[in-house]
Ligand binder design. Structure first.
Ligand code: HEM
Ligand SMILES: *[C@@H]1O[C@H](CO)[C@@H](O)[C@H](O)[C@H]1NC(C)=O
Ligand SMILES: *[C@@H]1O[C@H](CO)[C@@H](O)[C@H](O)[C@H]1NC(C)=O
Ligand SMILES: *[C@@H]1O[C@H](CO)[C@@H](O)[C@H](O)[C@H]1NC(C)=O
Ligand SMILES: *[C@@H]1O[C@H](CO)[C@@H](O)[C@H](O)[C@H]1NC(C)=O
Ligand SMILES: *[C@@H]1O[C@H](CO)[C@@H](O)[C@H](O)[C@H]1NC(C)=O
Ligand SMILES: *[C@@H]1O[C@H](CO)[C@@H](O)[C@H](O)[C@H]1NC(C)=O
Ligand SMILES: *[C@@H]1O[C@H](CO)[C@@H](O)[C@H](O)[C@H]1NC(C)=O
Ligand SMILES: *[C@@H]1O[C@H](CO)[C@@H](O)[C@H](O)[C@H]1NC(C)=O
Ligand SMILES: *[C@@H]1O[C@H](CO)[C@@H](O)[C@H](O)[C@H]1NC(C)=O
Ligand SMILES: *[C@@H]1O[C@H](CO)[C@@H](O)[C@H](O)[C@H]1NC(C)=O
Ligand SMILES: *[C@@H]1O[C@H](CO)[C@@H](O)[C@H](O)[C@H]1NC(C)=O
Length: 356
C-alpha cells in the first residue's frame, strides 16, 4: 500500500485541490439542483407561482416556455442568449427564422425575473429561470418532474447566425434531425424523447402546409400523412391561406403532457414532417424507440427527464463566466438598455428595489 505513505507536502497539495475544487468560481463547475439553497431557497416556488398563474388563462404558455429553453440551449448553450434584445452591439436571436413571429413567453420570463429579483436580488440567472420554467411547465401540463440542475450564468452575447444554423427546421428529414442533435451531444434516444415535447402546444400552418399540397416539390401531399388528418389540416390551412393560423401539435390530447404524441405518429398523425420522420422513415433506429414510448408512458417520462437534464447542460456558463443579468433582455451595465427598465418594484416586505 505504497500510496498510503503520503508526505505532509502531498497532504497540503491535496487539501488545497479539494478547497479549490469546492470553490464556486472553479472553471469546470457543475450544475447542482441545490445551487440556490442558501441564496434563493424559494426560487422554484416563485417561478411556479407565476407560470401557474399565467397558464390558467393561457394553457399554451406551458409549451411556449418549454420551447424557449430548447431554443436557448441549442444556440451558444443554455445561457439566456435568446432573451437578449437587439441593441447597437447585439443582434437578437429573436429575429432568426425558427424564432421570428414564433417564440412566445418573453414577457412571462420578465414577469418571473421581476418576482425572483424581489425575493433574491442579483442571484438567479435568466438561463436558470428558463430551465426551471421548462420543468414546471412539464409538471403543470401533467408531465414528469425532475430536480433541475442549476447554476447557469447569462451570456454577454447573442448570435442570430448560429440560431439559424443550429435550430432544426420542421422540414428536416431524419438524417438532418439526427445530425443537428448529435452536434449538441444528444443521441437518437434524446431526439425521440425531446420531440415528445410536441405532446403540447401549437404550430402555425406555414411550418407544415407544404406537406398538405406540394411535399418536396412533388405536387402531391406527404405520403406519410394520414389521409383523414390531411383533409382536416387542409380545411384549417387552405392552400395559399394565412400562414399564421394555429393548430394543435397533438391532435389527441392537445394540452396534456402524455405519450399520445407517439401513438399519433403510429397512426401517421404527426403534424410536422420532423415529427413523422421519427416513425415513417423505413428501417430507422428511431421507429422502435417511438413504439416503446407509445406503449409505456413511464419509459417516455424517464427518458424525457434524462434528456431534458442533458439538454440543460449544453454549453453552460458557470462560476465567474458571463453574469447574472438584472434584466433578461439586456446585458448589465448597459444604460441604454436599462433606461427603459429602471422601474421600481415593490417587494413582498415593502422593500423597494430598483434595477439600476
Ligand atoms: C426535433 C426537432 C424540432 C423541430 C423541427 C421543432 C419545430 C417546431 C415548430 C416548427 C413548432 C411550431 C412553432 C410555431 O408554429 O410558431 C414547434 C413548437 C413547439 N416545440 Fe418544437 N421542434 C423540435 C423539437 C422540440 C424540442 C426538443 C422541444 C422541447 C424539448 C420542443 C418543444 C416545442 C413546443 C412545446 C412547441 C409548442 C410551442 C407553442 O405552442 O408556443 N420542440 N416546434
Ligand atoms: C396572477 O395574475 C393576476 C392577473 O392575471 C395578477 O394580478 C397577479 O398579480 C398574479 N399573481 C402572481 C403571483 O403572479
Ligand atoms: C424585447 O424585444 C421583444 C420583441 O422581440 C419585445 O416584445 C420586448 O418588448 C422587448 N423588451 C424590451 C425590454 O424592450
Ligand atoms: C449597451 O448598448 C449600447 C447601445 O445599444 C451599446 O453601444 C453598448 O456597447 C452596450 N454595452 C454593453 C456592455 O453591451
Ligand atoms: C421578422 O418578421 C417581421 C415580420 O413580422 C419582419 O419584418 C422582420 O424583418 C423579421 N426579422 C428578421 C430578422 O428577419
Ligand atoms: C456567431 O457564430 C458564428 C458561427 O459560429 C461565428 O462565425 C460568428 O463570429 C458569431 N457571431 C457573433 C456576433 O458572435
Ligand atoms: C435528407 O436531406 C438532405 C439534405 O436535403 C439530403 O442530402 C439527404 O439525401 C436526405 N436524406 C434522406 C434519407 O432523404
Ligand atoms: C458542432 O458543430 C460545430 C461546427 O458547426 C463544431 O465546431 C462542433 O465541434 C460540433 N459539436 C459537436 C459536439 O459535434
Ligand atoms: C443516449 O445517451 C444516453 C445517456 O446520455 C444513454 O443512456 C442511451 O443509451 C443513449 N442511446 C443511444 C441510442 O445511444
Ligand atoms: C410544387 O413545387 C414546385 C417547386 O416549387 C413547383 O415547380 C410545382 O409547380 C409545384 N406543384 C404544384 C402542383 O403546385
Ligand atoms: C388515421 O388516423 C385515424 C385516427 O385519427 C386512425 O383510426 C387510422 O387508423 C389512421 N390511419 C392509418 C393509415 O394509420
Ligand atoms: C415501463 O417502463 C418502466 C421504466 O423503464 C419500467 O420500469 C416498466 O417495467 C415498464 N413497463 C412495462 C409494462 O414494460
Amino acid at each position: 500500500m505504497r500510496w498510503f505513505h503520503v508526505s505532509v507536502c502531498n497532504v497540503v497539495v491535496v487539501v488545497a485541490m479539494l478547497i479549490l475544487g469546492a470553490l464556486p468560481f472553479s472553471s469546470h463547475a457543475q450544475l447542482d439542483p441545490s445551487f440556490y439553497k442558501n441564496t434563493c431557497a424559494n426560487v422554484h416556488s416563485i417561478v411556479r407561482g407565476v407560470v401557474r398563474n399565467v397558464s390558467k388563462s393561457d394553457p399554451r404558455m406551458l409549451g411556449s416556455l418549454m420551447r424557449l429553453h430548447f431554443h436557448d440551449c441549442f444556440v451558444q448553450g443554455c445561457d439566456g442568449s435568446i432573451l437578449l434584445n437587439s441593441t447597437s452591439s447585439i443582434v437578437s436571436e429573436q429575429g432568426a427564422a425558427p424564432n421570428n413571429n414564433s417564440i412566445r413567453g418573453l414577457d412571462v420570463v420578465n414577469q418571473i425575473k421581476t418576482a425572483v429579483e424581489n425575493a433574491c436580488p442579483g442571484v438567479v440567472s435568466c438561463a436558470d429561470i428558463l430551465a426551471l420554467a421548462a420543468e414546471i411547465s412539464s409538471v403543470l401540463a401533467g408531465g414528469p418532474n425532475w430536480k433541475v440542475p442549476l447554476g447557469r450564468r447569462d451570456s454577454l452575447t447573442a448570435n442570430l447566425t448560429l440560431a439559424n444554423q443550429k435550430l432544426p427546421a420542421p422540414t428536416f428529414n431524419l438524417t438532418q434531425l439526427i445530425s443537428t442533435f448529435a452536434n449538441q451531444t444528444l443521441n437518437i434516444t434524446d431526439l425521440v424523447a425531446l420531440s415528445g415535447a410536441h405532446t403540447i402546444g401549437r404550430a402555425q400552418c406555414r411550418f407544415f402546409s407544404s406537406r398538405l399540397y406540394n411535399f418536396s416539390s412533388s405536387g402531391n401531399p406527404d405520403p406519410s400523412l394520414n389521409t383523414t388528418y390531411l383533409q382536416t389540416l387542409r380545411s384549417i390551412c387552405p392552400n395559399g391561406g394565412p400562414g399564421n393560423t394555429l393548430t394543435n401539435l397533438d391532435l389527441t390530447t392537445p394540452d396534456t403532457f402524455d405519450n399520445k404524441y407517439f401513438s399519433n405518429l403510429q397512426s401517421l398523425n404527426g403534424l410536422l414532417q420532423s415529427d413523422q420522420e421519427l416513425f415513417s422513415t423505413s428501417g430507422a433506429s428511431t421507429v422502435s424507440i417511438v413504439n416503446s414510448f407509445s406503449s409505456n408512458q413511464t419509459l417516455f417520462f424517464e427518458a424525457f427527464k434524462a434528456s431534458m437534464i442533458k439538454m440543460g447542460n449544453i454549453g453552460v456558463l458557470t462560476g465567474s463566466q458571463g453574469e447574472i443579468r438584472t434584466q433578461c433582455n439586456f446585458v448589465n451595465g448597459n444604460s441604454s438598455g436599462l433606461a427603459t427598465f429602471a422601474t421600481r418594484v415593490e417587494g413582498e416586505e415593502g422593500v423597494t428595489i430598483t434595477s439600476v
